[in-house]
Write a protein that binds this ligand. Structure first.
Ligand SMILES: Cc1ncc(COP(=O)(O)O)c(C=O)c1O
Length: 407
């Protein structure tokens, strides 16, 4: 685990902001932004941050200040991005299965939208919405760390290659101009073969669309959670540069070519701190019970994801541990069978690489409060960037009458 937070610093942060707590490292977010911006050194190359990974407005501001643009999956993300200072032409709306009202929400703000199916393209065409649009291609090849996040090939996403002809027909029927094509084959690859293969398909398809302003090859750039070799960005950048140059020379003019990583930008910057509340033996297993339920960090339960875990404890006795949260489900397990020092109640637990798909997937399940988020800025100072939920806010959304209970 990277030595970003010392035990002393972690105890101080938790006593100041509460437990559990997400903590982000600004220096690392900026470093990752620069690596992605420098992936391809062509003047028409652009990096879009995929905000679903982490939509904290302060992080979005940092990412914008590094010159990245942003994508959005929903009106809520558009609002957060706008609050962070992104201009309409820096936001790309790529939703799936949305209502006309949601499409209008983006259009009224002058934001370019991508349609994810022929069905949505047709609805869009019939509605009184801007004529310049994009569509999402499903290039037939996927990659990712779990079936749940492989989006190329057999999945609900995009328009398959054999239906691209129908995109052209619908565009002609409704007077639409196809300004962009985007794709995303899945999340977390550490080898880039499929990404390059999919990019080749995208460029092939793009040749049939003469009015393009941009192409978006998608995100999915992986980070090592479990000691794997890092993604070789230099090699990927060189290969991408070659295929992009080749495409541009055949296409006959320069258009914007984008990538769209989320996880790569912020996963490693985040550490989740929590507190051990109990230690017990049940039928031969040692359970460490913490306050980090799957409402706070969902990845282990949803994807069987592996995160490095450490206890800040005085204990030296090592044991095989099952580390759990505080949610009322037996599946609420952060990690199984980890040999670690046996902590005691009150010790801190520290979970690495939780800056992406951590807070953004958190919920109020069991009516638990989502934690606060804190930024360690460039000078090493901590700053609150999102308040912990309050019981008042939880109750207000359901029943104002329940508010008196919170006083
Ligand atoms: C359309 C789209 N673009 C980009 C991303 C970002 O993926 P990642 O965080 O793996 O880079 C996603 C994530 O699923 C996505 O759905």
């Amino acid at each position: 685990m990277p030595e970003r937070l010392t035990p002393e610093q972690s105890y101080a942060l938790v006593s100041k902001y509460g437990s559990p707590l997400y903590v982000y490292d600004e220096t690392l977010v900026r470093e990752r932004c620069r690596e992605i911006s420098g992936l391809v050194s062509l003047p028409f190359f652009a990096a879009n941050y995929s905000a679903k990974a982490n939509t904290n407005i302060e992080l979005l501001k940092i990412i914008r200040s590094e010159g990245l643009r942003v994508d959005a999956m929903s009106p809520g993300e558009i609002l957060a991005e706008t609050a962070a200072g992104f201009q309409p032409d820096e936001i790309f709306f790529i939703p799936n299965n949305v209502s006309i009202e949601e499409l209008r929400f983006a259009a009224e703000r002058g934001i370019m939208t991508s349609l994810d199916s022929l069905s949505q393209l047709e609805q869009y065409g019939k509605a009184r919405l801007p004529r310049r649009v994009a569509f999402r291609l499903n290039p037939g090849v996927g990659a990712g760390h779990s079936d749940k996040v492989v989006t190329g090939g057999k999945s609900k996403f995009g328009i398959e290659t054999k239906d691209v002809r129908r995109v052209q027909e619908l565009a002609a029927r409704y007077g639409l101009s196809i300004a962009g094509i985007n794709q995303h084959i899945g999340s977390l690859f550490l080898q880039s073969n499929e990404y390059l293969q999919a990019a080749a398909t995208l460029f092939e398809i793009a040749a049939g669309f003469p009015e393009l302003a941009f192409l978006d090859m998608g995100g999915g750039f992986g980070v090592p959670y479990h000691g794997e070799a890092r993604l070789d960005l230099e090699e990927l950048g060189q290969k991408l540069t070659r295929v992009i140059q080749d495409f541009i020379s055949k296409y006959g003019r320069e258009i914007t070519i984008m990538v769209e990583p989320g996880r790569y930008i912020c996963a490693e910057s985040g550490t989740l701190l929590g507190t051990v509340h109990s230690v017990k033996e049940n039928y031969g297993e040692t359970y460490v019970g913490t306050d980090i339920g799957f409402n706070t960090l969902m990845r282990p339960v949803l994807y069987d994801s592996w995160h490095e875990i450490r206890f800040f404890t005085a204990s030296t006795e090592r044991r095989r541990l099952t580390i759990t949260g505080n949610i009322c489900e037996s599946g609420d397990v952060l990690a199984r069978d980890r040999e670690l020092p046996l902590p005691a109640p009150g010790d801190l637990v520290c979970i690495a690489n939780t800056g992406a798909y951590g807070y953004s997937m958190a919920s109020n399940y069991n009516l638990r409060l989502r934690p606060a988020e804190v930024l360690i800025d460039l000078s090493g100072q901590d700053r609150l960037i999102r308040h912990r939920d309050t019981y008042q806010a939880l109750m207000r959304n359901m029943l104002d009458e329940a508010l008196y209970l919170c006083q």
